[in-house]
Design a protein around this ligand. Structure first.
Ligand SMILES: Nc1ncnc2c1ncn2[C@@H]1O[C@H](COP(=O)(O)OP(=O)(O)OP(=O)(O)O)[C@@H](O)[C@H]1O
Ligand SMILES: [Mg+2]
Length: 298
């Protein structure tokens, strides 16, 4: 691991046996995260974002084959999209946070109350003894953040942490994450479909398509001068609300399944700029400063 980066992932591949064949749902992905950095990972459904997140949190299912040339020795914690299912319904909230406290000396009720306070839960002394069903969706996500912070993480992985919440609550949770990033220097890997949120929250953004990172740049650079046609399509899409039939628009075509990734550039069948070469040859990575992308056309 490089001394400059908090996390330095090189050639991460995650495979499953699907219909008797080994398929790479994440394919030779490399990226880094710096101390104190908020980095976003975006891309359509099925691209492999959650698989990357789970791999870095050490939470991949046993069926996964993972290969990665550098080992992540940092403390990670993960929060999920669905705050109800991530909590144990039959255990008191206080107990669940208590069990998560990494430092044994601090494993006491006082520390749990401190954490509940820190994530903005009122009446923590009373809340300690309640069960998850007694908490609203937003409050449950705060509990999950408290459990994550109890691990004293270097890196917090937030996989669509606000998708299931209403807009006001979303903003509160984002503010809370910002606060921990600023006050405690926790790095955040933020996975989201909401590009406007990503734009205001993350310092750097990686775009993923069909198991690969196709573009990566400081967020302002990515949004002002996107280079990969897939990134351009995603940004275009995020600017359009609904079409005249009232349907949400999408990029024509679908993300291919891992067993059926196309040759060459995996986006070429959907790409408006594709040329013959795109179907035949894997695109080289073009690097300009801290902006990189995998497309020869732009
Ligand atoms: N246990 C598994 N066995 C086989 N394939 C799997 C398994 N888990 C995930 N996959 C496949 O891995 C691919 C990537 O899935 P992943 O959940 O990482 O996508 P995602 O980018 O997080 O999508 P979303 O935006 O919908 O959350 C998908 O094709 C999915 O079907
Ligand atoms: Mg996901």
């Amino acid at each position: 691991m490089s001394h400059d980066h908090l996390l330095d992932v090189k050639d991460l591949t995650i495979q499953y046996t699907i219909e008797g064949n080994l398929a790479s749902v994440v394919d030779q992905v490399s990226f880094y995260i710096d101390p104190g950095e908020i980095i976003a990972l975006v891309g359509e459904s099925g691209c492999g974002k959650t698989q990357i997140a789970l791999s870095q949190a050490g939470l991949l299912p046993k069926a996964a084959h993972i290969s990665q040339s550098s080992i992540n020795g940092i403390q990670t914690a993960m929060i999920f999209q669905d705050p109800l299912n991530a909590l144990n319904p039959v255990l008191k909230v206080g107990t669940q946070i208590l069990e998560g406290i990494k430092n044994k000396v601090k494993r006491n009720k006082g520390e749990v109350v401190r954490l509940l306070n820190a994530v903005g839960i009122d009446e923590p002394e009373k809340r300690y003894y309640q069960y998850p069903h007694e908490f609203s969706g937003g409050m449950r996500q705060r509990v999950l953040i408290a459990i994550a912070l109890a691990r004293d993480p270097d890196l917090l992985i937030a996989d669509e942490p606000t998708t299931a919440l209403d807009v006001t609550i979303q903003a509160q949770i984002i503010d809370l994450l910002k606060e921990f990033n600023e006050n405690q220097g926790v790095s955040i890997l933020f996975i989201s479909h909401d590009l406007s949120l990503v734009k205001s929250f993350a310092q750097r953004t990686m775009v993923m398509y069909a198991g690969r990172i196709v573009e990566s740049a400081p967020t302002d650079v990515l949004f002002s001068t996107p280079q990969h046609p897939y990134t351009k399509a995603l940004i275009q899409l995020s600017k359009m609300k609904k079409n005249n039939k009232g349907e949400f628009s999408s990029i024509p075509g679908v993300v291919p399944l891992p067993l059926h990734y196309p040759s060459g550039c995996r986006f070429h069948p959907r790409c408006p700029s594709a040329i013959q070469e795109c179907a035949e040859k894997e695109p080289d990575i073009i690097l300009k400063g801290d902006h990189s992308w995998a497309c020869p056309i732009t």
